[in-house]
Design a protein around this ligand. Sequence first.
Ligand code: UGA
Length: 443
Amino acid sequence: MRITIFGTGYVGLVTGACLADAGHEVMCMDIDEHKVARLKRGEIPIYEPGLEALVTENVTHGRLTFTTGAREAVAFGTLQFIAVGTPPDEDGSADLQYVLAVARSIGEHMDAYKVVVDKSTVPVGTADRVHEAIAETLAGRGVELPFDVCSNPEFLKEGAAIEDFTHGARIVVGTDAERVKTLMRECYAPYNRRAEKLMFMDVRSAELTKYAANAMLATKISFMNEIANLAERLGADVENVRRGIGSDPRIGYHFIYPGCGYGGSCFPKDVQALSRTAAQIGYPAQLLDAVEAVNERQKATLFAKLKQAFDGDLAGKVVAIWGLAFKPNTDDMREAPSRALMEALWAAGARVRAFDPEAMEECARLYGEHDDLTLVDARDEAVVGADALVICTEWKSFRTVDFAQLKQELATPVIVDGRNLFDPAAVRDAGLLYFAVGRGDSL
Ligand code: UGA
């Protein structure tokens, strides 16, 4: 079938490439001419394992095309996916201007039945607003055409987006229209073969499902970070506690890793947006607000531990950082704990020497001009002569370390591990001071 996707960001591009790969004809539309020109040449603006190959292959076979032309894009598909950004506005609510602009553009150019699919993460009630925007635009043109709006939230993790799209746990579609159900079933049929993954529900429930999923995961993390902080003060080891509780299938092992806080473009934004939605309807979402507050505090723990290790004086110290991305397998530094740490270190007069396997360019883009930042090409280069090493991201390549060598290379033997990568006994046996998260006597 023919499918149009508005927005060639992370979600739009993954959706477009995967649906094309499933055999559909997909046209991706973006207003950014430069980006579209690059995509036509097979250049992918983001780092996502497997995406470049998937885009190139499907472009070569003619199943995936890119355009900046709204008229052409609207004419192309019966399904019109909206996958444009919903950045937080000043008060943390999702800013819908791009979503509604696409809706109006669809209303302006459509000349046959369309199913408009909200793929972007949008507040409950947005499908109604999209419906209204299209209806108003059509009325302005003086034409009457049938269309439906449905919600089809994405559950893609950065770094594993293609796997999540093609082998996801569920495909949620919010609609009451039988016609939409039939078309969405056809759209996802290639990825819905083995088990029935399609879940049809009403539009508002689908919209809320997306926020509830991310808020639940963020809650698990903040909860575990709270337990880690307690463990630290009570002389317990949170890693033992994690194994102890995860073994209960009602709790499970997923997303209970304590650390230096969650980051990325989704959890912080979505928890905030849901809380703002709640506030707007007069319901104070106390748990969500606590999840956010605990996370902010957790992002500050790495700096607090360093400060403690150096008796409050970090001026002139050189701190090596391993890991800048908000998690492994991405170059994304949005809301990354490394940023909170670097900014606090600079404010305290310390210097940073940092390495990340993928996020160096991004870091240079964000902080390249900063006098107290040196970006180095290898993890070992960062530590030579540094006063401390801090681990912010659990890249696989950081897990194997010769602690004796590290002890020799560091000017002061301090490791602050924001991801609990090592066995504390092994680190301490090498004569290093080891400060992890929630690991009993690590303070
Ligand atoms: C998240 C969700 O996992 C996806 O299902 C969702 O589709 C996506 O947001 C979205 O809304 O688009 P993502 O932000 O890519 O995906 O990253 P995650 O892998 O979920 O990690 C988020 C953060 O939580 C990272 O900073 C990670 O380090 C942290 N984390 C994760 C922990 O601190 N502990 C854990 O146990 C798990």
